[in-house]
Design a binder for this molecule. Sequence first.
Ligand SMILES: NC(=O)c1ccc[n+]([C@@H]2O[C@H](COP(=O)([O-])OP(=O)(O)OC[C@H]3O[C@@H](n4cnc5c(N)ncnc54)[C@H](O)[C@@H]3O)[C@@H](O)[C@H]2O)c1
Length: 440
Amino acid sequence: MWTMGKPIPIEEPRGKLGVLLPGMGAVATTFIAGVEAVRRGIGQPIGSLTQMGTIRLGKRTEKRVPAIREFVPLAALDDLVFGGWDIRSDNCYDIAMQGGVLEPALLGQLRGFLEGIRPWPAVFDQNYVRRLDGPHVKRGQNKAELAQMLVEDIERFRVSTGVSRMVMVWCGSTEIYLQPQEVHQTLENFECGLKENHPAIAPSMVYSYAALQSGVPFANGAPNLTVDIPALVELARQKSVPIAGKDFKTGQTLMKTIIAPGLKARLIGLSGWFSTNILGNRDGEVLDDPESFRTKEESKLSVLEHILQPDLYPELYRGFHHLVRINYYPPRGDNKEGWDNIDIFGWLGYPMQIKIDFLCRDSILAAPLVLDLVLFLDLAKRAGMRGIQEWLSFYFKSPMCASTVYPEHDLFIQLMKLKNTLRYLRGEEMITHLGLEYYD
Ligand SMILES: NC(=O)c1ccc[n+]([C@@H]2O[C@H](COP(=O)([O-])OP(=O)(O)OC[C@H]3O[C@@H](n4cnc5c(N)ncnc54)[C@H](O)[C@@H]3O)[C@@H](O)[C@H]2O)c1
């Protein structure tokens, strides 16, 4: 039961925190290398709320604005220890060099550290990611046995590193589109499905099941259903484990959730929003498969409908056209280019246009989100929070939420929700921005 005004007891973050990453590709290695660079004082954690963000407390006249990392007890970067799985057995230095996100000069300085992290064999099935294949995979009789092998990996990691807590973040490829089915509805059905090798149980679900069984919080950085099914929400609640997802909010969708709330705030109409991207990394190659793209498309398309609420503003937003394209174009590597053409209308219906050309770097935008999710999920666990953590919607394109509400996509509402949750945990007043008291 939620009560206001009293601090929530939060266990101190004693000991090391293990970070488990299924999928050690561009995002995962950019995140790991970045954390190590920050620890050594050769880089700054730009884009990370837990490292650089502040939080206002009380009235503006009180001038209390601590750093978030001093306001809530987060694990220190020095306490993070990394492990993970991939279908390739290359170490993280080689993967990062192949990914081409970070410069060789920087990676050279981190080489020994990154070479020491080598993925464990993955639970993988090409039916779910058609453009990839790799030899570094586990073999088992059925999905229940594969889940058990992951539980053993997690336990081995815990013992060998001596970590006191762990968090898992799916940084694996986008799987094919799956709709929720009977086997996803209850934990009982799901566990039968694992034993019977049910085709609607994707590898990412096997990882999240193993994490939850091991009491490890889980976040999903890709748009796959993964932990966003009633069976696994039930398991998370049963095991008192926090979960969050789906699909890191970076690049074009980040821009959408910044701009669309602004248009709506000023009641500017929208007749169409056309978004296209070129990217040439492995993620782009995977998304070149129509079934993986469909998963991503669903995630990207839902954003505008929810922010603009056409039912409430039919004259402004009913029937707008929204198209999203992703084109795999190898020369670009991780340095994506995203174009948006936005057709809007104002006073008396007069049309106008906005053009955006965002030359971004996918993994550079995603890495700080992985860090924040690791630290906030660990905090949530120590604060006794369990199940869906909607206050972490800020980080996702397709936020998980209770079945009784619609997902909140507006970045600024999401940030307010996140910060109010931190205030709530510490027994601080919520900020309403009313501010009449300054004029009495
Ligand atoms: N970078 C971004 O801005 C961004 C934003 C939102 C979502 N994402 C998602 O994050 C994920 C990672 O992106 P990336 O750019 O690092 O991709 P990537 O292709 O570089 O890395 C993904 C890795 O996952 C591995 N993999 C696939 N299936 C696996 C399995 N079952 N078990 C273990 N490993 C598996 C692949 O071999 C690969 O090394 C993708 O799903 C992507 O769609 C990325």
